[in-house]
Design a protein around this ligand. Structure first.
Ligand code: ADP
Ligand code: MG
Ligand code: ZN
Length: 489
């Protein structure tokens, strides 16, 4: 029996506003700020306080909704989701339930099997919880709570169960992250937990149109955890069906170290959140004029930019995808390309995704920290193209540019790296190589033609790698031919 996986994702994205969702507390970097320093009576859940909606958070939510081609609700409602947990000081979370901010959108994704459109079920506003840190000391375990994150605006984006492979789930998650970053509503810093995934996974016999029983994997905070946990569940559930048993509906956690999911609660233990309309907030009314204004101000989105890169710069889909993931990288590329002619655009893309990305990976630097200005890289590539330096030298010069504030011209001049391509200079090097190795030359003339490559190596070495290989090849061939003619004659 063959099985098909069905995957629906719920994505929680913090909104990069100045202040929290319902109070004036600043939104602080959870990895930097001292615990419990950005807290007030509202987000600490003191009795008698009243929430006020953050207009910027609504605007950010609308940006995302419009970018995902959703229908925006002119009136949406906040609701209380009741449950008790130490990271939730009020004892409930303000969320949206029956009337979300927006519904019925879609996100185009690119996979090795081609383009796919994933439907978005809903986009709604809510508030984040605090953060618990579980510790143990002297055999005693305890938990610390930090409320800096409590009340930070959170956008929940829920897909339809339209994905069927781990690759699609990953592509959807990363395409969504790229959209959030392009819109300037989320930094995309996964290590800081600003985007978290929940994966709903079921499996059914291939060809079946009925949805199978699903499990929900909570709190996945990296693409890798998403991929591994979904793959794990697909394998588990296929094996269950294969044995003729039924999948149990459950909520699962993911143990990253062990590489397994574990049960958090079964269907019977499912929470009853006792949702009801938030009595302290009026309906959220969004005027059409505001929607129009936000729609008009949307930037070019990663997918559209990718299509334009393919058209305008002649890039392959894969090359374009690598560049548009980060708008700043895409912008950097466009500046480099603008300084070069059409024929060098792909080369510029390959240098950025090759040499530059390798350096960024190695050093952990972002594109904003790269000291080489786009015009500097363009200048280096132009010198390479003119034959002033060869490829090996260009790479070495670029490495040095990345570590210093020097231009290609300065490094090439200071280190005397200019490629020897003047015909006379190369010709002299070739003559020297032939004269210095009479035995090899004789063997060559006696028919050992492979020695041509050996001579090529000798010349390149004499030029300390700075000779233009094409010019050396041509010059060597000409000289050897002349020697052959003389030998015969
Ligand atoms: P809940 O709010 O209880 O998690 P929803 O019905 O809102 O439930 O669904 C949440 C997510 O689960 C959505 O992304 C949806 O696409 C997905 N989903 C629903 N049914 C299935 C299923 N049988 N298999 C896989 N995913 C599913
Ligand atoms: Mg859910
Ligand atoms: Zn507060």
């Amino acid at each position: 029996m063959k099985y098909e996986a069905v995957i629906g994702l719920e994505v929680h994205a913090e909104l990069a506003t100045q202040s929290k969702m319902f109070c004036p507390c600043p939104v602080v970097d959870s990895t930097q700020a001292a615990p419990n320093t950005a807290v007030c009576p509202v987000c600490a859940g003191m009795p008698g306080v009243l929430p006020v909606v953050n207009r910027q958070a609504v605007e950010y939510g609308l940006r995302v909704a419009l970018a995902l081609q959703c229908q925006v609700a002119h009136t949406s409602l906040f609701a209380r989701k009741n449950y008790f947990y130490p990271d939730l000081p009020k004892g409930y979370q303000i969320s949206q339930y029956e009337s979300p901010l927006a519904e019925h959108g879609r996100l185009l994704i690119e996979t090795t099997a081609g383009e796919r459109s994933i439907r978005i079920r809903r986009v709604h506003l809510e508030e984040d919880t605090g953060k618990l840190t579980h510790l143990s000391r002297d055999g005693e375990s305890f938990s610390l709570v930090d409320l800096n994150r409590a009340g930070v605006p959170l956008l929940e984006i829920v897909s339809e169960p339209d994905m069927h492979t781990v690759e699609e789930a990953r592509a959807y998650a990363s395409a969504l992250r790229a959209v959030l970053r392009a819109l300037g509503v989320n930094s995309g810093d996964m290590e800081k937990g600003v985007i978290r995934f929940e994966a709903n996974v079921s499996v059914r016999p291939l060809g079946s149109q009925v949805l199978g029983t699903r499990v929900e994997i909570k709190n996945l905070n990296s693409f890798r955890a998403l991929e591994r946990s979904v793959a794990y569940q697909i394998a588990q559930q296929s094996a269950v069906l294969e044995r003729g048993e039924a999948v149990q509906q459950e909520t699962l956690g993911w143990d990253d170290a062990a590489g397994v999911t574990f049960s958090q609660r079964s269907k019977e233990e499912a929470h009853d959140y006792r949702y009801f309309p938030e009595p302290d907030l009026p309906p959220l009314v969004v005027e059409q004029s505001w929607i129009d204004q936000i729609a008009a101000g949307l930037p070019e989105l990663p997918y559209a930019r990718r299509q334009r890169f393919i058209r305008q710069y002649g890039l392959t889909p894969a090359e374009a995808s690598l560049l548009v993931d980060d708008q700043d990288v895409a912008g950097y590329f466009e500046e480099v390309a603008a300084a070069l002619d059409q024929g060098s655009h792909r080369q510029a893309a390959n240098w950025i995704t090759g040499e530059l990305f390798a350096w960024m990976n190695q050093t952990g630097a972002s594109i904003r920290q790269v000291r080489v200005p786009p015009a500097g890289l363009a200048d280096l590539l132009a010198r390479l193209k003119r034959g002033e330096i060869n490829l090996t030298t260009a790479k070495a010069v670029f490495s040095e540019m990345l570590e210093s504030d020097q231009s290609a011209a300065q490094i090439i001049a200071a280190r005397g790296l200019t490629q020897i391509s003047a015909a006379e200079a190369v010709s002299a090097l070739v003559q020297q190589a032939l004269e210095a190795n009479p035995v090899e030359l004789q063997n060559y003339l006696n028919g050992k033609e492979t020695l041509e490559n050996w001579f090529f190596g000798q010349v390149m070495r004499a030029a300390a790698g700075q000779a233009n290989p094409q010019v050396v090849r041509a010059e060597l061939r000409r000289s050897l031919q002349a020697a052959k003619d003389a030998h015969r004659g």
